[in-house]
Design a protein around this ligand. Structure first.
Ligand code: HEC
Ligand code: HEC
Length: 323
């Protein structure tokens, strides 16, 4: 009897051990796979796996006979429209870009630009429909972008990993743009510029253009993505010094709320959120109080923006660096 119990017990122990072992093996396997996916190498092979995988390039581009997508130009040699593979084609396009922009483009610069700013050069016969591959949903990181460029270089062009590790001035600018977008959680800075133009430019100056109600934002990136996001969602949380909100009540009981933009011996000027300036003689002021819990910047801007708009405008903000 007791030996029978022992046998059953022993069997159960064995079963349990087996389950534990399988569980661990599965975890190791999936964990291992994740590690492999996040550590892509900057090489043609690494880039090939991105092109046909996470980068989703294959959903719009074929490579010679491989794939069937036609929304974007074939990246290999195909029919009479594509006599040159992308690596060689990039060298041709680089000449066109150099002429057009007055900057010297290498083949790599053209490829980097194609990913960073697809709208800058739209291949004839195609629409400006190339994905922003460093923004969601694709959201390639910088290493993955470089890997995929190495793959494109290797298609009939010169494989030049050095140009990706130590980019020249032209490419550097494009990589900085992609890095800024990622620092902001992966937005599209070009789309963000549009969001900015319709929601923010009336109050802020960037590179000499815009309204002068709020602080200039030409080098705001230095304050960091978190601070900027807070500034948009909860403007009153940290008011930029010099842009405090004041409430002026005159002796007739009229209230004016805004920034104190002048304060002389004889009068005070308040600039309202809509830009209107109200001057009141000191003799007519009943009260002048600073309101620490309110900002002249509206706190409901996000209501007119989608989550994507917010991410995009943040990406655009992260590009605003003083040179
Ligand atoms: C949603 C469809 C789409 C996706 C996804 C896409 N592309 Fe494109 N791509 C296009 C279109 C359309 C064009 C042509 C218009 C243009 O030049 O912007 C293009 C142009 C290009 C060019 C310039 C080609 C030339 O002949 O000069 C390159 C390089 C490129 N894509 C690479 C990529 C890579 C690499 C990926 C993946 C990381 C990718 N694309 C993902 C649609 C797409
Ligand atoms: C009605 C005018 C107005 C509009 C519209 C407006 N802002 Fe502001 N913004 C201000 C004012 C005033 C301040 C300074 C007070 C404060 O810090 O809240 C400010 C502060 C900021 C700051 C902090 C700057 C710093 O150097 O500390 C950022 C960043 C900012 N705004 C971004 C934006 C963005 C992005 C938008 C559009 C989505 C926008 N603002 C729309 C008026 C405005």
């Amino acid at each position: 009897m007791s030996s029978a119990v022992g046998k059953v017990f022993g069997f159960l122990l064995l079963l349990l051990a087996t389950f534990l072992w399988i569980g661990q093996a599965v975890t190791a396997l999936t964990g291992g796979e994740k590690a492999a996916a996040s550590a892509v190498e900057i090489s043609p092979e690494g880039g090939e796996s991105i092109f046909w995988g996470k980068g989703r390039c294959f959903t719009c581009h074929s490579m010679g006979d491989r794939g069937s997508a036609v929304r974007g130009p074939n990246q290999g040699v195909f029919g009479e429209n594509f006599p040159l593979p992308i690596g060689a084609r990039a060298a041709e396009r680089a000449k066109e870009r150099s002429q057009k922009t007055g900057q010297t483009y290498t083949a790599t610069d053209y490829l980097v630009e194609s990913l960073a700013e697809p709208g800058a050069y739209v291949v004839e016969g195609y629409k400006n429909e190339m994905a922003i591959v460093y923004a969601p949903p694709i959201a390639l990181n910088l290493k993955e972008v470089k890997a995929v460029i190495a793959y494109l270089q290797s298609q009939g062009g010169e494989l030049d990993l050095e140009s990706l590790e130590k980019p020249n001035e032209v490419s550097k600018k494009f990589f900085a743009k992609m890095a800024a977008a990622q620092a902001a959680g992966g937005g599209d800075p070009s789309a963000g510029e549009q969001v900015y133009a319709s929601n923010c430019a009336s109050c802020h100056v960037i590179k000499g253009k815009g309204g002068k109600i709020g602080p200039e934002l030409s080098s705001v990136a230095g304050k960091g993505a978190k601070y900027i996001e807070d500034s948009i969602l909860r403007p009153a949380k940290s008011i930029t010094p010099g842009f405090e909100t004041w409430t002026l009540t005159d002796k007739a009981g009229r209230k004016t709320i805004g920034l104190k933009t002048a304060d002389t011996a004889s009068e005070v000027e308040i600039t309202k959120a809509n830009g209107e300036k109200v001057r009141v003689a000191k003799a007519d002021i009943k009260e002048l109080d600073q309101d620490k819990d309110a900002s002249v910047m509206p706190d409901n801007l996000n209501e007119a923006m989608t989550v994507k708009d917010l991410q995009d405008v943040l990406a655009y903000m992260m590009l605003q660096k003083s040179e």
